[in-house]
Design a protein around this ligand. Structure first.
Ligand code: IMP
Ligand code: MG
Length: 178
């Protein structure tokens, strides 16, 4: 599909499923060839569920674990500026090497909030991997270690990303049509 209409808004194709697959592979290869030991991946739900699933299938590091955290900061197509933690982490994370998995880093409020939560638990190391990054919207100082693709400040959906909960099931990533 070249275009989709969700909640009466039109979106056009932006990143194809084949390009997504090669981006995800490239992130997995970079993580595999880093020197991280026994990583605990923490995927930020709901948006990163497909990215996390596809990435994990390509991670070959011994003693790899994955857990999930759920937060929300978006209402419609604009950030609400507030992040609520909805589901916490059950694993013992003290001293762990954590890699946060995000679908997209926009202002960085979400990632900042997660980093603060993890630092309270005395983790050893925190790395961030994101499929998409909006550098012109990013307001935080924490380095994003693994970036799939940097994009302009357009609203995107598909491959896990939603517009008011719709569009997560789409294979390609679409952007709002102007
Ligand atoms: P931040 O806290 O401003 O960095 O926003 C990060 C979160 O907002 C992501 O995990 C997404 O769930 C959501 N988000 C940011 N930009 C988009 C977008 O373009 N489409 C869909 N969701 C987005
Ligand atoms: Mg998200």
């Amino acid at each position: 599909m070249k275009t989709v209409t969700l909640h009466n808004k039109k979106f056009e194709i932006f990143i194809s499923d084949t390009e997504i697959a090669s981006i995800v592979n490239s992130i997995a290869n970079q993580i595999n060839s880093s020197n991280i030991e026994a990583p605990l991946f923490i995927a930020v739900m709901n948006g990163s569920f497909l990215f996390a699933a596809d990435l994990m299938r390509n991670i070959t590091i011994p003693n790899t674990e994955i857990s999930f955290i759920k937060l929300s900061s978006y209402i419609g197509t604009k950030t609400s500026g507030e992040v609520k933690q909805l589901i916490g982490i059950n694993n013992n994370i003290v001293g762990r090497n954590v890699i946060i998995l995000e679908d997209i880093v926009d202002t960085g409020i979400t990632i900042n909030n997660i980093i603060n939560l993890l630092n309270k638990e005395k983790v050893n190391d925190i790395k961030i991997a994101t499929l998409l990054f909006k550098p012109h919207a990013y307001k935080e100082s924490h380095t994003i270690d693994y970036i799939g693709k940097s994009i302009a400040n357009d609203f995107v959906l598909g491959y896990g990303l939603d517009y008011n909960e719709l569009g997560r099931n789409l294979k390609n990533i679409y952007k709002l049509k102007n």
